[in-house]
Design a protein around this ligand. Sequence first.
Ligand SMILES: Cc1ncc(COP(=O)(O)O)c(C=O)c1O
Length: 336
Amino acid sequence: MQIDLRSDTFTVATSAMRKAMAEADVGDDVWGEDPTVERLQQVVAQQLDKEAALFLPSGTMANQVALLTHCQRGEQVLGGWGSHVNRYEGGAAAALAGVQFCELGQSGFFSAQQLASALPIDDIHFAPCSLVWFESTHNKGGGRIFEPAAMSEVAAFAHQAGLRCHLDGARLYNAAVALNCPIKALASPADSLSICLSKGLGAPAGSLLAGSSDFIVRARRWRKRLGGAMRQVGHLAAAGLYALEHHVKRLAEDHENARLLAERLAEGARVEIQVSNVETNMVLFEHDRPTQLIERCAAEGVRLTPFGARAIRATTHFGVDREQCKRAARIINKVA
Ligand SMILES: Cc1ncc(COP(=O)(O)O)c(C=O)c1O
């Protein structure tokens, strides 16, 4: 059997989740009449301590709706190096929202000072900035967490400068579990944020965007414009509710498995790896010949993701247990 470490998006719905989906009470959500969607939106808004939340088909659409709701065309958005919204959403920030994204720093994280020095002055040569973009955990950065106190400091500076802050929290539940803190504490610096149900939480689809009631009213219109308003989508919302109830605490297992995998790779000393960078469910390591390594590992039943010139990513999730992680480490070490 394959050990698929390409992404936590490869998780498939469990039979209990499928049962919850089949039994969901549904209605027309475009008309705001799907009780299960309404419940999911309330639960998430409450967990994130925001006034309202909106169910969307994907994390990409949640990010794009956030940009479209916060920004005007021609503005710039300042965010961390390697931000998913800038690198991996098909150029949508430019194509749809018409914003230009400026990456700060080299780690995915940045300080108030870095933000201050990138802020444009009010001059017709420069694209005005109205939005600061955080991502935590950081995908390109290998699942690392934007240190909460550091994010609060940046957000406080941004707010003082009259900017708004959005947090791409596709894997924010991973961060909350890893830090053993309520997710609302991580959400609080942001005016708006998105979370994904279809990654480590294991639902087949769905993201939520949360923020003030006014923001969500405006976001709802953008969701409709993008074709993301769906009908009896309570079946999917039911998967999300099930995931929030049953799959959050267990993310800790994915984090332990990622750590184990990283330790075994470090012991093997065949790849370059910094074990202390493994904070959640992703393991980044480097090798001189990543393409060959990935191909050979795949032939031996371990699937990995290329992640840059030398980098390779392995992501743990509930479809891969501890024994499989040990086996994956043995195979990667052998092939490397
Ligand atoms: C940080 C981050 N944001 C957004 C997304 C987009 O989510 P989706 O694949 O649901 O569009 C991803 C997907 O991996 C992600 O890692």
